[in-house]
Structures are given as C-alpha cells and as structure tokens.
Design a protein. Structure first.
Length: 114
C-alpha cells in the first residue's frame, strides 16, 4: 500500500531551535521518522516525514504543546487523511511547513568565493 501524501502548515512565535527539536521529538515519539528537512533562513522550516495515521492525534497534540498552530486547512487535511478506519493502519507522508514569527533580522551567512 502506498503512503498517503499530505501537506500541512502552521506558525509559531516560539524559539525556532526549541520548536524544531520538539516537532522532531513529536514525529519520532508517535511512531514516525523524518525523511528530509529544509531551513529557510530564520523564517521557516519544512520537514518531510512519514507517520502512521493512528499517530496523528498525539502528533497534533504534541506540536500544539510546542507552540505550533496549524491552520484550519491543515487540520482538515489531516482529518481527511486519517478519517476512514481502513486508512488508520496506513502511513502518511507529510510535508510540514512552519513559519517563525519574530522581530529578528534575516539570518545572513557568508558564502566563501570558490
């Protein structure tokens, strides 16, 4: 059975380092694993992961406790992907985008000349 793909997004005002750690722990702690991640300066992070459908209730609770607020469309997508009882045994490949709301300047990195 192929995993179901879902794209979700949220935001937080909490520390990006702590949120990243908390979200990773939420994924691992609910039976999932991280496939890939991409950092976009200090503005956002995208994490692709796979999680059993039955683990999404605990996952949503844990990231909410970490300060990540999912938008309504994202919670609807999760509900649709995990709703049918037959799909609760399936794995769901999820792409989570978290936007960090803060007053910090853009994170600049010097790129050496090649």
């Amino acid at each position: 059975m192929r995993p179901i793909p879902v794209m979700i997004s949220g935001f937080t005002k909490h520390n990006r380092y702590q949120v990243t750690t908390d979200v990773t722990n939420a994924i691992l702690g609910t039976g999932g694993w991280v496939i890939h991640h991409t950092l976009f300066s200090n503005i956002a992070i995208t994490i692709q992961f796979e999680l059993p459908a039955r683990g999404f209730d605990a996952f949503q609770r844990r990231i909410a406790e970490a300060g990540v607020h999912l938008d309504a469309e994202s919670t609807d997508r999760i509900s649709q992907a995990t709703a049918p009882e037959g799909s609760r045994a399936r794995d769901i490949v999820t792409t989570l985008n978290i936007t960090f709301l803060h007053d910090e300047p853009d994170l600049r990195r010097e790129v050496p000349a090649v």
